[in-house]
Design a binder for this molecule. Structure first.
Ligand code: TNX
Length: 748
């Protein structure tokens, strides 16, 4: 019966692999004898269409199932699509042929470039797009229609697909992601692995943030020292260490050959690599190698042991434009992208105000603000790009001077207001406000990340739309799309770097982003999306993504502690102080619920720790700060003593400098987190050092080494009277040390 069905459907569709004339008795016999059936359609069966993200514009299920057989082949209608055919075949574990096949990739000139249509039916599987991007987008959707194992290249044949027609096109032409490979070095293979995941989510632009204060990551042949020296910091490198890895020389850079490989890898996956050379600020790294680029005045370097911490190119120095012309010309040659991002964010303009040459230039050009001077600087760079056939892209501050051409693409990051203003002024605008799309932000209060823009999880990302941001129609007309980002100051503290921190911060927020950037629709249903996303978790698991699960719900009632989750994760719990993780199978009867904490796990994913509120409570016992370093007048030590804020010293630390916290009454606690530096940013720290505690204020006991400026004293056996942090290396690349109050968790 089964054989008969195969014969009938194959006859109907007449798709066969090469069959020799020897067997050409009749078509039916051919198919069976050659056992080269690529697929069969069974009209009376049904398989449901799986949840798709992003949701396509139109999905029509026609009834019937197409079974792809192990002998399925992939073919392409245009030689340009050959690499894509191999991409598909590689995922499915099948072959590419230049002829009839179960899966056909083809162009239809009637479609828009990124538009596509998938038809599953008697003619097999057709993925048709307007351009390469359209066919790629269709392939990305087709993968979602297949079992998740396709991402692990581990499909079990036959594979069932619903007979259907999907037609779809993106609501936004720019669906970008920005990766900061400066603060944390990510090598070629790490970038390619991440490109794979972005591509599955139909992201079509990856901006690599290639230069910053901490590193220069791209080879420039006319100035090899930039990458060869500027690609490494710490140890014996001239680049001061920051953000972890302090003792060792650490980093790397992309050679041009590496970058060409990345560009091609991304191109096959419909992703354009957009380079960012962050100018004129964020240039401490290049300024350390080429101090001549800095403004014409002698800075006071006494607070940083002679280290010049200025980070902006002098805007008046003609040689700077020649140097940048050398650099940008090579960048333009290397990257096929239409846009080259030249930065423009957070320029310390006080340097230009102190520079007599910059002041002279402003007078000569009739400029009244340093913002105009920045506009002048960026315009000159835009001219260099234009001479090389490229357009400039900038961060939103670069348009503040009002003198940058509207052909410039603007990336609005500071806030919604800046995005709307840019669009209204006529700049093609990429919307990426930090409070929605900076995936270096924390996802909840006690999780890792920054919080300067907001603390948010995927649900806030999913709510993002131009309407939700109150864009007028006129403003919306200037928008080219959205971009999410990952700045990596806090990644380098994971020693050694593993993909899991990057994954945890960016997924599933990026899953929500994938739909926001694709579906131009203001009415979004977050709950329905969550249900689809949980289905999508199977795919993330198969991709090997270590995403963040939502915290399990924890309830304590009538002496019973209950935990639950709705995302297919497995629940675990542990009890303090032992902290051994066990499977959670049933509610727990306990008089001390605060001692319990819960986490869910699923493949490589996990949730943050969840518990009753008392588990996370901290206390604020009174303390005094003393130090070998004087405190700043404005940010004096007594401000930190009230747990209100950070304090500062008046200079960076030298070997042997110390800071001590002395509690009014010795503190009995279960955990004490002590750190120098900003609350979330391992900057303004002691670069290296150790921590001591004293129970009587007289005898001190060394308990550990600083890690990114901090150390956690776990389960101290006695009440702590003093805790002291001592520095073992000179300087920190800044002009002061930030002092933060200890975070203290009481005994349970
Ligand atoms: C602001 S985004 C910056 C970056 C930091 C980021 C941290 C932008 C244009 N400037 O230099 O890495 O915040 O969230």
């Amino acid at each position: 019966m089964r054989v008969l069905k195969i014969i009938l459907s194959v006859v109907a569709v007449a798709v066969v692999a090469a069959v020799t004339a020897t067997f050409a008795l009749s078509p039916e016999v051919e198919m069976v004898v050659a056992s080269s059936v690529q697929y069969r359609v069974v009209t009376e069966e049904r398989v449901p269409m799986p949840a798709l993200i992003p949701q396509p514009n139109s999905v029509t299920e026609c009834g019937g199932v197409l079974y792809l057989e192990r002998g399925a082949k992939v073919s392409y209608g245009d030689v340009e699509l050959k690499p894509l055919a191999h991409y598909v075949a590689d995922h499915l574990g099948v072959e590419v042929v230049n002829g009839e096949a179960a899966i056909q990739l083809a162009y239809d000139p009637m479609f828009e470039d990124e538009e596509y249509c998938i038809t599953v039916g008697d003619d097999g599987v057709w993925v048709v797009g307007g351009g390469y991007g359209g066919v790629f987008n269709g392939v990305a959707t087709l993968f979602e229609m297949l079992p998740a194992a396709v991402y692990a290249r581990n499909l079990d044949f036959p594979v069932a697909l619903p007979v259907c027609e999907v037609s779809d096109m993106p609501g936004w032409s720019h669906r970008g992601f920005m990766l900061d490979v400066c603060r944390t070095w990510m090598d070629k293979e790490a970038v390619k692995a991440y490109i794979d995941i972005l591509a599955y989510h139909k992201v079509n632009s990856l901006r690599l943030h290639l230069t910053d204060d901490e590193a220069w990551r791209i080879e420039i042949e006319s100035h090899p020292e930039l990458a060869e020296q500027g690609g490494f910091r710490g140890g014996d490198s001239p680049i001061w260490p920051r953000y972890g890895k302090w003792n060792e020389r650490w980093g790397g850079y992309y050679t041009k050959a590496d970058m060409r490989e990345i560009i091609e890898y991304a191109r096959v996956r419909n992703i354009t690599i957009v380079p960012e050379i962050d100018l004129p600020g964020h240039s401490l790294c290049i300024a350390t190698l080429h101090p001549e680029i800095l403004c014409n005045y002698t800075p006071d370097t006494s607070r940083a042991f002679g280290y010049d911490v200025r980070s902006a190119f002098c805007a008046s120095r003609e040689e700077n434009y020649a140097l940048l012309s050398d650099i940008l010309t090579e960048v333009c040659e290397l990257f096929p992208s239409e846009y080259i991002h030249i930065g423009g964010d957070e320029v310390d303009m006080s340097q230009w105000r102190k520079c007599s040459d910059c002041q002279d230039l402003m007078r000569e050009k009739g400029m009244s603000s340093t913002e105009e001077l920045q506009g002048y600087f960026m315009s000159r760079l835009a001219d260099i790009l234009a001479a090389n056939g490229k357009r400039a892209a900038v961060w939103n501050e670069a348009i503040d001077g009002g003198n940058l051409a509207t052909s410039t693409r603007v990336y609005g990051w500071e806030g919604v207001k800046e995005c709307r203003e840019s669009a209204l002024k006529g700049y093609p605008t990429v919307v990426m406000p930090g409070q929605y799309l900076y995936f270096d932000m924390k996802q909840s209060k006690l999780e890792p990340g920054h919080d300067w823009a907001a603390i948010f999880d995927w649900s806030k990302v999913y709510d993002l739309s131009l309407a939700s941001l109150d864009f007028t129609a006129e403003e919306a007309a200037g928008v080219v799309g959205f971009e999410a980002s990952f700045f990596s100051e806090l990644y380098a503290s994971h020693n050694p770097e593993r993909a899991d921190y990057l994954h945890y911060q960016t997924f599933p927020r990026l899953v929500a982003f994938a739909e926001v950037a694709w579906v131009n629709d203001d009415a979004r249903d977050g709950e329905a999306f969550y249900e689809r996303m949980v289905v999508h978790y199977d795919r993330l698991d198969a991709m090997g993504v270590a995403y963040r699960l939502m915290p399990p719900k924890v309830v304590y009632k009538d002496g019973v502690l209950t935990a639950s989750t709705d995302d297919g994760g497995e629940l675990y719990y542990s009890i303090e102080p032992e902290g051994v993780e066990k499977r959670y199978n049933a509610p727990i009867k306990t008089p001390t619920p605060a001692k319990y904490s819960f986490v869910t796990r699923r493949a490589k994913a996990h949730s943050p720790v969840a518990a009753v509120a008392a588990h996370f409570k901290t206390i604020t016992p009174k303390f005094d700060i003393t130090s070998s370093m004087p405190d700043s007048e404005r940010y004096s030590f007594d401000k930190a003593e009230g747990y209100g804020r950070l304090a500062r010293t008046t200079r960076a630390a030298d070997v042997g400098d110390w800071v001590m916290f002395t509690f009014e009454a010795a503190v009995k606690c279960r955990r004490m987190v002590v750190a120098t530096g900003n609350f979330q940013l391992p900057r303004f720290t002691f670069e290296n050092g150790y921590v001591e505690v004293s129970y009587d204020g007289i005898v001190f006991e060394r308990v550990g080494e600083l890690d990114c400026g901090g150390f956690v004293v776990e389960q101290p056996q006695r009440a702590i009277k003093c805790v002291r942090i001592t520095c073992t290396s000179r300087g920190n690349g800044a002009e002061w040390v930030s002092i933060q109050p200890p975070t203290i968790y009481p005994e349970l």
